[in-house]
Design a protein around this ligand. Structure first.
Ligand SMILES: Cc1ncc(COP(=O)(O)O)c(C=O)c1O
Length: 444
């Protein structure tokens, strides 16, 4: 048992657990252990009741342990624990494709299931490159992402992603990726409510120049989020997505939109494609697809792309890609139940009604000490906290002080992010904002 000698003490069992995207040393000095969850709350091992103002990690859109989802997972586990993902299907995954596809606009109508947002991103990028190759345009391999973008942690996702810490440790990444600027200038636009109304054309010109530099015939896809979520809740201007669609279409470049956060109610609508009236070529999703209960993601793909794969291969496998747990029965059952709750309980409508109240509430933090910017879209907001010299030093203290006030939000560097459960009432929003306000005031 040589390994045990490396453990600091008998009770320090947490040492063996390496937490993802976490300052492990700081966490282990003062762990936060969630033991149970229900509705809008987490219940910690040390007996506290924490308001979840981050929807888990942007995923528990209707809160925790909804009885219909719990029952669906339990029943499915007893009925079919696993179904081979390759060469076989099960009824629920077929029903799920038919439940979700009609929620998306235009010819987005074929669904490929995966287990996470990262896998959905890599799947979409591979689809784009292979699609062009099958059509005889194999030179279209370059990918364009955007600064502040987050598309998970696979090599594809971090290559088109625009968050420096997620990229800089991992070598040269995918060759042939470029990044557009993010269309937000804090010094000109700080404290904008909702989507900024600024001229998008300079950003489109930048993209056109990038395309011309390489020639359109080398570019496979542009990938963006409707708004930068994990990158700190940065909101593109009105009309940006529509113009992006026009520019990509003009050059035969696929537009991939990452709706891992924005789909299933965060914007008070089924998805951003519907809300912004834009039909991307591929949309990725995960998280809220089944309320974050069992790992699941998906890509929804336009008819023309699906047909290209089907018609381009005379015999055998059309797309050499997939995961053992693609379309897992437990995840599918949870998703069917979550989708049912979203509709039957009017969750998107409720979210839409709360958005103006949430906007006013979060912007009431303007003027509090060290608040440098506030941005919001749908039920998502970012509050930039001035640092003391090291990125995120003060914002991390604000996150901790908010948690000490029994409210959970998150910070990414200097940006505090708020992602309320979509069923929050005004009182829950008030409580969230007041917990943050008092935290901000308490931190030097
Ligand atoms: C926009 C976006 N894409 C992809 C991902 C990655 O999802 P996952 O952590 O499920 O791989 C996330 C996660 O936060 C996300 O916000």
């Amino acid at each position: 048992m040589a390994n045990d000698q490396t453990l600091p003490g008998k009770n320090d069992l947490i040492e063996r657990y390496w937490l993802p995207f976490t300052a492990n040393k700081a966490f282990k000095a003062d762990p936060r252990i969630m033991e149970r969850a229900e509705g809008h709350y987490y219940f910690t091992q040390d007996g506290r009741k924490i308001l979840d103002a981050f929807s888990g990690l942007w995923c528990s859109n209707i809160g925790h342990n909804h009885p219909k989802i719990v029952e669906a997972i339990q029943k499915q586990a007893a009925k079919i624990d696993y179904s081979p993902a390759f060469n076989f299907a099960h009824p629920d995954i077929i029903e799920l494709a038919n439940t979700i596809a009609p929620q998306f606009p235009g010819d987005l109508n074929h669904m490929f299931f995966v287990n996470s947002g990262s896998e959905a991103a890599d799947t979409a990028l591979k689809l784009a490159i292979a699609y062009h190759r099958i059509r005889g345009e194999g030179s279209r391999t370059r990918l364009i992402g955007r600064a502040r973008g987050y598309h998970g942690v696979g090599f594809g996702g971090i290559s088109v992603g625009g968050m420096v810490n997620n990229r800089k440790f991992f070598g040269s990444l995918l060759p042939g990726t470029d990044h557009m600027s993010f269309p937000y200038k804090q010094d000109e636009q700080a404290f904008t409510k909702g989507m900024p109304c600024i001229d998008v054309e300079p950003y489109m010109r930048e993209l056109e120049e990038m395309i011309m530099l390489h020639d359109p015939s080398t570019i496979a896809a542009v990938m963006v989020e409707p708004f930068a979520g994990s990158g700190g809740v940065y909101v593109p201007p009105e009309g940006y997505m529509k113009r992006l669609r026009e520019v990509t279409e003009k050059h035969g470049i696929l537009l991939i939109v990452d709706e891992v956060i924005s789909a299933f109610g965060r914007l008070g609508a089924a998805n951003a494609a519907t809300k912004f009236d834009v039909v991307p070529d591929i949309v990725t999703m995960a998280k809220g697809i089944n309320n974050g209960t069992v790992p699941m993601g998906a890509a929804i793909i336009q008819e023309k792309i699906y047909n290209t794969f089907m018609e381009g291969t005379a015999f055998g496998v059309e797309f050499f890609h997939g995961y053992t747990y693609s379309g897992h029965p437990l995840a599918a059952a949870a998703a069917l139940a979550a989708q049912d709750v979203y509709q039957s309980e009017g969750v998107y409508q409720h979210a839409a009604e709360m958005i103006p109240y949430f906007e006013d509430a979060v912007h009431s933090l303007k003027g509090e000490p060290n608040v440098a910017d506030i941005r919001n879209i749908g039920l998502a907001a970012g509050v930039t906290i001035r640092n003391r010299g090291k990125a995120g030093d003060r914002a991390t203290d604000v996150f901790k002080a908010t948690y000490a006030n029994d409210v959970y939000v998150r910070n990414n560097g200097d940006d505090l992010a708020i992602s309320p459960i979509l069923t929050f009432e005004k009182a829950d929003i008030d409580r969230t904002i007041e917990a943050i306000r008092s935290a901000i005031k308490s931190v030097d």
